[in-house]
Design a protein around this ligand. Sequence first.
Ligand SMILES: [Mn+2]
Length: 324
Amino acid sequence: MFSKSDIQRNRLKYLLKKSERFFIIGHTKPDGDSVGSTLALTLALTRLGKKVTPACIDELPARFNFLPQAEKVKKLSSAVSELQNADAIIVVDCGSFHLAGLESYRSNKPLPLIINIDHHHDNPRYGTINLVEDKSSSTAEIVYNVIKSLGMRVDEQIATCILNGIFVDTDSFKNPNTSIETLRITSDLLSRGANLAQITSSNLKDKSLSTLKLWGITLARIKKNKRLGIISTAVTNEDLKRCNATPDDLEGIANFLNSVPDAKTSLVLSERGGNEIKGSLRTLHDNIDVSKLAATLGGGGHKKAAGFSIPGRIVNRGGRWRIV
Ligand SMILES: [Mn+2]
């Protein structure tokens, strides 16, 4: 018997062989998996003689410039005719369709058929073909199997792009999504010449001066609730202004707070605009579900990563941080 996934894979193989023009796009605020998957597929399909346009709604961060063909990735807004003339659009690493930023281009003219390749468990299968495998460490791992299924050789360049995706999404092989299969593929990629040293050094350079200044302020302020094992900190609008930073620069702090050995959960509270406070909760414990805690405050999310938003401001009164 064929599994659903086998059928999707066979339909995909057929379409990849039959179509001539592809438009490949990852998600907004592109990460290493999104970019690595986009470029690996671009390289593979180009080698099959296809016309391929890789694109992204946002500019690629400079740390990905070392990836082969990174300079070919177009800004979505300047690739509209390629989008509309494609035989198929391949959307990679987008847990929901809107993350690709294609929605506003849907209104004028119907979009070509959509191939959805992703590993997020809550992906609603928005494509004509959906290759969604939530056991995969990364979309890049799925892309590796797709390229192999086409009978193609994974060369040094493709191997580097795929390994970049795996490296970033497993948080350099630290996350529990790092499976035996992930390491088997990684070993194959290395034997094909994937440049792990370059991947490691480039991906470490992902913090700007503003980000580090803001982290400094935020980390100096951490508190530990001994009874609950919650490590928390707070960030004000004033902090952002002082560091010339944006809320994006806070990304990663909540995870970092869980480096404290007996931390059960981390909480980062940050002011947004005039009268809103956003809370980010993270845990590394399997028996803690932070989405439940977030839900009691009107938020939601995943078991290990959740958030909420409450009205208020964060103020310092006599050396203590309070929500008012
Ligand atoms: Mn991913």
